[in-house]
Design a protein around this ligand. Sequence first.
Ligand code: PLP
Length: 388
Amino acid sequence: MKDDSSLSPDSRFETRAIHVGQDWRDQTGAVIPPVYLTSTFETGNPGGFDYTRSGSPNFRNLQNTLASLEGAKHCTVFASGVSAITAVASTLKSGDLVLAEENVYGCTYRLFARVFEKFGVKVKYVNFANEANFPLIKQLKPTLVWIESPTNPLLKCIDIAAISKLARAAGSTVVVDNTFASAFLQRPIELGAHLSLISTTKYSNGHSDALGGAVCSNDDEWQEKMIFAQKALGLQPSPFDAWLVSRGIKTMNLRMERHSANALELATRLEKTKGIKWVRYPFLKSHPQYKIATKQMSGGSGLIVADLGLSTAKTMKFMTKLHLFTQAESLGGIESLICHPATMTHASIPKEVRESVGITDGVVRFSVGIEHVEDLWNDIQQALKAAK
Ligand SMILES: *Cc1c(COP(=O)(O)O)cnc(C)c1O
């Protein structure tokens, strides 16, 4: 029942995004695989399906596509990025150490702090943008090294290849949260990481209409653990959400190219704008890890962080004056969004801690969509004028 075995093994990303993971169509000739809205499957079916919590044609299709695009042997899909994080964390036992980047996604931090640390998992946070901290991997030999690149919201870029090499030597497993970059721009497994974790809610789906997560690896044992977590912890997505992500992923290359081009242009112009304190974008030469970013990513992705140099009230006014950027959390959709980390995503972090890492009141995060860049720029300019 596999339809894509005829695909040449050297097919490129753009071709694989459209042609890998299109199985379970051969009895109907459907050009696009349907959504399998069924909770259970008749015993003895040729696909070996039994119950949707432990597998569905829609999961398998999406898993095949994502594994191919991430350059991995395996992939398991989950209900959300946080479900994927839960799946990986659930493999830990009391006493295990996680050595994590200090600027990890807020919900990753919360999941460790409020849930897994209760069960005796230890987590130590370090700044992995500083090479002076790399020897900690050899010293501490953590069970997991947890990194993210670029990070949220400061877009720190962390050397995945260097850290993976050190972690492999120390016997540690490296998990890279690849959500901000996407498989089109960065492939952690090819850089040496063991696991590439993605919130497919963001750039993979790209249309802000479904949630999903995935874990990719080349390791048969890890794959078994992830498939176990999918069914035993009830972390599976809905077949419809998996189908939506499969649909969205087909245009990932086009979207990522436009997100990256638009964001680079806006970041370049913002940096030249009077009154703006700083602009951070991985592919701007002024980015502190520009070299690492351009070494491991093929584009800068769609996020820009900037300190507009405005008070909280004026920053709020700027955001409400925007017409094309909707004020909302999340990122990676075709439409532009803006968020104010100090009062939104990072509101729960004490002000001193928040400011010490650079999230001051004038900081905004743009998730640049794929609209026309001149329209986006005009919108930013008129809103800045109105706010001042
Ligand atoms: C959104 C996000 C997640 C969590 O994904 P959900 O699909 O919202 O559960 C994890 N990591 C990063 C970097 C994210 O941006």
